[in-house]
Write a protein that binds this ligand. Structure first.
Ligand SMILES: Cc1cc2nc3c(=O)[nH]c(=O)nc-3n(C[C@H](O)[C@H](O)[C@H](O)COP(=O)(O)O)c2cc1C
Length: 197
């Protein structure tokens, strides 16, 4: 069984558009009985912002404060596939996700002492990123709304060794939005890709 860690970075948990998309992807994956799935809600966690002390770069752990960032690290180290679902906030990822990523640098990359190039700590793991935004198509692309959030997250996790094997941008998520058939089909394609990979 492959271990899947699903990060839901929406404050609306399963009631939001991110929650709906992730729920459908999880449903698709569960149907294959090949995956063990765990969901982590960033909004529900106690994670203090990074103080920028840089000591984690030396000792390989964060000793600032014991909170849910260390809990997340244990789950991340144990997973084969990482799925991140997030709403677009100011053309980027939401704060809860950024605060979490800032606190766990030591568990994502290691500095090579000789050449100072970051060494990825998750080489070979697979990843899917889903973003939602209220800006409708094609403005979400033109003004880099969900596209901005997506590229920020992709850039970080690629450095850490993750191979992005599926992305989805869901645009125009005004009140009462429900996933259309095209989006549902795309989600089941992503599930199929994860199953085959
Ligand atoms: C603080 C905040 C900032 C936002 N910034 C953007 C933005 O820059 N571009 C955009 O298109 N939508 C923006 N939105 C709208 C959300 O991306 C949109 O409502 C999202 O799809 C909601 O997902 P959810 O239902 O899972 O929470 C913002 C919403 C909030 C609350």
């Amino acid at each position: 069984m492959k271990k899947v860690l699903v990060v839901n970075a929406s404050p609306h948990k399963s009631e939001g558009v991110v929650g709906e998309a992730l729920g459908l992807l999880i449903e698709n994956l569960k149907a294959s009985r090949c995956f063990e799935i765990e969901v982590f809600y960033t909004q529900q966690q106690d994670v203090a912002p990074c103080t920028g002390c840089m000591s984690c770069r030396v000792c390989g752990s964060c000793n600032y404060r014991q909170d849910d960032s260390q809990v997340f690290v244990a789950k991340l180290q144990n997973c084969d596939i990482l799925i991140i679902g997030m709403p677009t906030y100011w053309a980027n990822m939401p704060g809860t996700l950024k605060v979490l990523i800032d606190r766990i640098v030591y568990a994502l990359i290691r500095k090579d002492e000789k050449c100072m190039i970051p060494v990825p700590l998750h080489k070979g793991k697979k990843m899917v990123v889903i973003t939602t935004c209220s800006t409708p198509k094609p403005l979400n692309f033109l003004f880099r709304q969900s596209a901005g959030a997506l590229s920020a997250v992709k850039r970080i996790f690629k450095i850490c060794g993750f191979r992005i094997c599926g992305t989805l941008q869901i645009a125009g998520t005004c009140r009462g939005y429900v996933l259309n058939d095209r989006m549902r089909k795309k989600i089941s394609c992503i599930a199929g890709k994860l199953l085959r990979s």
